[in-house]
Design a protein around this ligand. Structure first.
Ligand code: SF4
Ligand code: SF4
Length: 430
């Protein structure tokens, strides 16, 4: 059997670090914990030490790796182009392969079931949509929370925080903007007016339940601008959660499935609405010489046809939060600002501290709640001090993390995807 990780890769790439320290001031965990072992340079030295057998792969080593957010702010500024994102993924694969006998860091049973049964087969989430909506509307979840085994269960806490489940658009609703929905996405949403092209839409796994508003809004805006949207039903999770937890083989197999599903469409653009998924699709090889993966903000900023749509004015301050995946990897952070600027009257303002992670980072906010909430704190204060009514962000994980923090602090700022706000101003009933 082939190894799940490559020690040679870690040895080679970690050796590229010249210990200059330029990445340190950009690392959120170093800034917070003031410890070299929680800095990029320190983590790289530890990785190198473990693969060269100078130091043991023990609980302390795992702790410093687990505390990394995979925000890749270090990679974005490294003058030596050390591929930190790949290094930490490979290291986590090494840990997953070797740690069971060293230290117990297994995921909870419920989380493994979630990943195995639902995230890899997200169409099952569609079937559970109405049931989940019913459970959310009833008081069952709050009642269950009082049961002692669930009281401290991280996954259960996460489920409690999910936004209210919504339903996908029907094709007629994507044209009229009137609220009308079905249980599943349709395979094709035809363009309206002058035809400009055809695109595929990536739904994601959790987002197809928790961020339906963004997906519906993307279809609506694309249709109105003349794009037919294809939503292949057999697409699956992007694999980012697997990739960043060391399950590299599973991540590769999900990428392969997405690649074959989207290549069957004969479109040359796959639109991603969550920047975290976009990065994973891009880096796992779902795109090829015929197909590009494009973030929705970038795609809509570049497209023509805006003169044919009406956008209602919104004379409000709108904060723009930059997700790490959009900023540090895709380098597309300018596009949400440009897109929101299309709304007449909108005052577009960067959220203060946008170069630092909010702490969501996939499942980090569940696994490392203390650090995640300390990182979130500065975002909440910045949002409150700004006096804004809206905050837009292009990654569902960041949106949920920030929205929950604002809600708990009683700060009335609505958090939504830039496309959702735009679609609303264009007449979509959400
Ligand atoms: S900036 Fe790059 S080379 Fe310098 S310490 Fe950080 S990772 Fe190493
Ligand atoms: S990925 Fe982010 S948290 Fe991890 S070492 Fe780099 S800057 Fe620090």
């Amino acid at each position: 059997m082939l190894p799940k990780f490559s020690k040679d890769f870690i040895i080679h790439e970690s050796s590229q670090c010249v210990s200059c320290g330029l990445c340190l001031p950009h690392c959120p965990t170093y800034r917070l914990l003031k410890s070299e072992a929680d800095s990029p340079r320190g983590r790289i030295a530890l990785m190198n030490g473990v693969v060269n057998r100078r130091i043991p792969l023990n609980a302390r080593f795992i702790l410093h790796m687990d505390r990394c957010l995979t925000c890749r702010a270090c990679e974005a500024v490294c003058p030596n182009n050390v591929p930190f994102g790949e290094l930490i993924d490979e290291t986590r694969a090494l840990i997953a392969d070797q740690s069971e006998s060293v230290v117990a860091i297994q995921k909870s049973g419920s989380r493994s079931v979630l990943e195995r049964l639902l995230l890899t087969r997200p169409v099952r989430l569609d079937r559970l949509r109405r049931l989940f909506y019913f459970i959310q509307k009833s008081s069952w979840l709050r009642w269950l929370q009082k049961l002692s085994p669930l009281e401290k269960n991280k996954l259960f806490k996460f489920i409690l925080q999910l936004p209210l489940v919504k339903l996908p658009l029907t094709a007629s609703a994507s044209v009229t903007g009137m609220r009308a929905s079905g249980n599943r996405w349709q395979e094709i949403y035809p363009a309206e007016g002058e035809r400009r092209g055809e695109v595929g839409l990536f739904l994601g796994c959790v987002a197809r339940i928790t961020d339906v508003a963004t997906l519906n809004s993307s279809i609506y805006v694309l249709n109105r601008l003349g794009y037919t949207v294809h939503v292949p039903p057999d697409q699956t999770c992007c694999g980012a959660l697997h990739q960043h937890s060391g399950a590299l083989k599973q991540a590769a197999s999900l990428a392969q499935q997405n690649k074959s599903v989207f290549s069957g469409l004969k479109v040359n653009t796959i639109i991603s609405t969550a920047s975290g998924c976009g990065v994973q699709l891009l880096e796992s090889g779902v795109a090829d010489e015929h197909t590009q993966i494009v973030d929705i903000n970038r795609f809509l900023t570049a497209t023509e046809g805006w003169e044919s749509v009406e956008i209602a004015s919104l004379p409000q301050k709108i904060l723009v939060h930059d997700p790490c995946s959009l900023r540090n990897v895709l380098r597309d952070q300018v596009y949400p600002h440009k897109l929101i600027a299309r709304i007449p009257g909108a005052q577009v303002v960067s959220l203060s501290g946008n170069d630092q992670c909010c702490g969501a980072a996939g499942t980090y906010f569940i696994d490392q709640p203390e650090i995640a909430s300390r990182l979130l704190e500065s975002k909440l204060s910045a949002a409150m001090e700004s006096g804004a009514r809206y905050l837009v962000t292009s990654n569902i994980g960041c949106a949920m993390h920030i929205a929950n923090g604002l809600y708990e602090r009683g700060i009335e700022v609505e958090v939504l995807h830039p496309v959702t706000l735009l679609a609303r101003q264009m007449g979509l009933e959400l």
